[in-house]
Design a protein around this ligand. Structure first.
Ligand SMILES: Nc1nc2c(ncn2[C@@H]2O[C@H](COP(=O)(O)OP(=O)(O)OP(=O)(O)O)[C@@H](O)[C@H]2O)c(=O)[nH]1
Ligand SMILES: [Mg+2]
Length: 347
């Protein structure tokens, strides 16, 4: 007589398999229900990745040593771009040092820092670079003739030059927040908040503006749109009559009016308020908005700009606005947590 399996046993095994599958599906359904996807959009350089880094620092474990080692190269690359940027601009505006020695130093720096291994070359040339960046002419040029945002970050890098170019340099969290590295495509940041799993999609500014591309993300729980206030005085490349803040308003109108996002909650971060405040001291808001009739005071100007963004949104009840400095961890912590709470309430 063979050792057969009874029909009853086969039915039991089938039921067990079916239950395992059902349990797996139920667990996946529950996981999905506790997963919140947030899409970060905004023009290049608006500050999306800086905010995403803050989230990693606040809600996850920050940056592992391996990643910090990568940032070391990127910070040094930022120093190279900063030095070359000022030298190029000086040349374009025909500003030159009046001693042979400094002119030779500039030539040598330009030659070495335009090589493929410039992040290493800048370490070799630390003494020359340090001498150049401490020259009064060089510093005054940055302050008087360059964009205040560029000049602010350059001063930060040049102040820390000894540290950044030393062999033992390990970037601090703040260095990592200040570094500029364009996102290529999309980065997803995973973190947990109030028992929910958040997936934050940090999209590069170039893709953010593509309508076709937005279709891939129509099922997100919220959109976090970042616009830089610091661009109100920078000429738009798309329309000579306007400035880059108009480009941001245009993209914001497109995103919020996109068919797949008409009911999606929108969190708007009007970012770089520190740069905005700095620039307003010299450049009135009317440079961007000739219809502005108020005083050139920060609070009043902010209200006006906020209304401009609000007027882009159909059904503005779903819009929450914050004025931010994405490099300020303490302030971002509270703004971000209240934004996440708003998203959870609406999901
Ligand atoms: N001063 C100041 N700098 C900021 C602020 N937010 C971001 N930055 C700096 O602006 C630069 C660009 O920021 P990113 O976060 O890389 O910009 P992004 O929107 O991710 O840009 P793409 O990846 O090109 O789309 C970085 O050097 C940041 O440190 C801010 O509120 N104030
Ligand atoms: Mg980015």
């Amino acid at each position: 007589m063979g050792v057969g399996i009874s029909t009853h046993e086969m039915e039991q095994a089938a039921r067990r398999r079916s239950k395992t599958i059902d349990d797996g599906l139920e667990a996946e359904r529950l996981r999905q229900a506790r997963t919140v996807r947030v899409l970060m959009l905004g023009l290049q350089g608006a500050g999306k990745s800086t905010l995403a880094k803050q989230v990693r620092m606040i809600h996850e474990k920050g940056f592992p040593d391996k990643e910090k080692a990568l940032y070391r190269e990127i910070v040094r690359q930022n120093v190279v771009s900063a030095v070359l940027g000022v030298l190029q601009e000086m040349e374009a505006q025909e500003v030159a040092f009046d001693t042979d020695q400094m002119q030779q130093t500039c030539l040598a720096i330009k030659e070495r820092l335009t090589s493929a291994d410039s992040h290493l070359a800048v370490v070799d040339m630390r003494h020359q670079v340090s001498m150049l960046t401490s020259q009064k002419l060089f510093r005054d040029f940055m302050d008087d003739r360059m964009d205040p945002e560029v000049s602010q970050i350059n001063h930060y890098l040049f102040r820390s030059l000894d540290k950044i170019l030393s062999d033992a340099y390990a970037p601090s969290d703040y260095d990592i927040l200040r570094v500029r590295q364009k996102t290529a495509g999309l980065n997803e940041i995973l973190f947990h908040f109030k028992g929910f799993e958040f997936r934050l999609c940090d999209v590069d500014g170039h893709s953010s503006v593509k309508k076709k591309w937005l279709q891939n993300f129509e099922n997100v729980s919220a959109i976090l749109f970042t616009a830089s206030l610091g661009t109100y005085d920078i000429r738009s490349k798309e329309n000579e009559e306007q400035t880059e803040i108009h480009d941001a308003l245009r993209v914001f109108t497109t995103v919020t009016g996109h068919d797949g996002f008409l009911r999606t909650p929108i969190i708007l971060f009007l970012n770089k308020k520190d740069i905005f405040q700095l620039k307003l001291k010299k450049t009135p808001l009317t440079t961007a908005f000739p219809d502005y009739k108020g005083k050139n005071e920060f609070q009043e100007v902010c209200q006006f700009v906020q209304r401009k963004f609000e007027s882009c949104v159909t059904n503005p009840d779903r819009l929450t606005v914050h004025f931010t400095n994405a490099t300020d961890t303490a302030a971002i912590r509270s703004v971000f947590d209240s934004s996440l709470a708003v998203i959870l309430e609406s999901t």
